[in-house]
Design a protein around this ligand. Structure first.
Ligand SMILES: Cc1cc2nc3c(=O)[nH]c(=O)nc-3n(C[C@H](O)[C@H](O)[C@H](O)COP(=O)(O)OP(=O)(O)OC[C@H]3O[C@@H](n4cnc5c(N)ncnc54)[C@H](O)[C@@H]3O)c2cc1C
Length: 391
């Protein structure tokens, strides 16, 4: 796509500058100049009363994509166990496959994978493509990128869903680049559009203030990464599918990285996404050592500690505890927000919790709009009272 200003028509009125959400136009010597950060949205074209901005789309040569069929999910194997997000992708993948009238498949890499393959079949996979090799026991970018690309080129799925976990976020973009297709990261909604049968991939944008729906019209597969806890897990059913064992192609599975040891970070091991009770603290706590109040409440309730980004940015608590758009998405039975205002980016990570309790001294705080129970008060009085009550 190209964009240019027709100098003979531009009178430097500046309406295009006002219309540009990306601050990508400047008026220099009474003429509009388009900067490198233009994303070709076309808002300035519509805003220009002189028709002085020309947006030219290159003609796309339509490819024959009819060979691409079916929905694939990448099943994440962590230390030999399937991550729950794999079942969430199967649940959502099934809906997409049903809308398309096609099959749902899972791809699994690992060692001694038999039980996990059976598990994937029980969760509704019609086919499990598995590569079972000692070299694939632990996640490594290089072989995972190479082998998933190989499988896609061999079997040509129409849609490929990958968990938006640290593994998926690391290798999915590289797979997309090798396949020369698009990738929509961190999707929160997926749907097949009835007429075109295209995958509508919805994700938050502009810091969570807008939702964008993205399509991948001219390349295949249509690839998305999906955050854990966005979709519900596929139900267990009697397995009907089949397992296809695929040997490593010759001279493949190599990594440029030599994995010597896996060290577990105590903080990163906290099971925030899978906890039933989360007590989160925000800037209202005032300082790092006050997080002990939140931990004490979490402890008496048998829960774990979460945090807002403000608390993480202030270095009061490790990032592994952050809930929200750039942290974890959680859906516990009980979420208690202490001294958290309820910014849209925080809500994006917790608003589907079953029961939300908010403690905030500001009765107008937006967190109260999503809370089932609100306590307007000073958290330094309310939390000790709750600890006493539940001890
Ligand atoms: C791209 C982007 C991504 C982001 N991602 C995230 C994310 O993943 N997670 C996230 O949380 N934020 C995220 N943010 C930041 C977000 O916009 C907010 O800045 C942040 O959530 C605010 O944290 P907070 O509620 O703890 O702090 P504040 O907004 O400052 O709120 C503090 C609250 O504490 C209350 N309070 C103060 N003292 C007391 C007291 N003694 N007793 C009771 N209440 C008290 C106040 O009334 C106030 O409501 C993101 C922002 C951007 C732009």
């Amino acid at each position: 796509m190209t964009i240019r200003v027709l100098e003979e028509k531009c009178n430097g009125c500046g309406l295009c500058v006002v219309s540009c959400l990306f601050d990508a136009i400047e008026i220099i010597a009474q003429k509009a100049e388009i900067k490198d950060n233009c994303n070709f949205c076309g808002a300035c074209v519509d805003a220009c009363p002189k028709e002085a901005i020309l947006l030219e789309k290159k003609e796309v040569i339509k490819k024959d994509l009819s060979a691409y069929k079916g929905v694939w999910i990448f099943a994440e194997n962590r230390n030999g166990k399937l991550a729950k997000v794999s079942f969430e992708l199967l649940g959502e993948g099934k809906k997409l496959a049903t809308s398309l009238g096609e099959n749902l498949s899972a791809v699994l890499f690992g060692e001694q994978t038999e039980n996990n393959c059976q598990e994937l079949l029980k969760r509704g996979a019609d086919t499990v493509y598995v590569m079972d090799e000692p070299a694939l026991k632990n996640f490594q970018d290089d072989p995972y990128v190479e082998l998933l690309t190989y499988l896609v080129n061999q079997y040509k799925p129409e849609i490929l869903l990958i968990p938006a976990t640290s593994q998926g976020r690391s290798f999915a973009p590289r797979v997309a680049a090798r396949l020369q297709t698009g990738l929509t990261a961190d999707c929160t909604g997926l749907e097949i559009e009835e007429k075109t049968k295209l995958l509508y991939q919805t994700r938050p944008t502009f810091g969570g203030n807008l939702m964008a729906t993205i399509i991948c019209e001219n390349e295949r597969p249509q690839m998305s990464t999906v955050r854990p806890k966005i979709f519900t897990e596929a139900e267990v059913q009697s397995p009907k599918g089949k397992i296809i064992n695929i040997p490593l192609p010759q001279n493949s599975g190599e990594s440029r990285i030599n994995l010597m040891e896996i060290l577990k970070n105590k903080e990163e091991n906290i099971d925030l996404a899978d906890s039933d009770i989360i007590v989160s603290g925000g800037r209202g706590l005032g300082e790092a050592k006050k997080f002990s109040l939140v931990s004490d409440l979490a402890k008496v309730l048998g829960g774990v500690v979460g945090a807002s980004r403000a608390a993480v940015d202030a270095d009061w608590i490790h990032y592994a505890h952050q809930v929200g758009q750039t942290g974890k998405t959680v859906r516990p039975h009980l979420y208690i927000a202490c001294g958290i205002s309820g910014a849209v980016q925080h809500l994006a990570g917790m608003q589907t919790s079953e029961v939300i309790v908010a403690i905030n001294k500001d009765p107008e705080a937006p967190i109260f709009k999503v809370a089932n129970y609100g306590i307007v008060g000073d958290l330094f009085e309310v939390i000790p009272a709750l600890i006493k009550k539940f001890s």
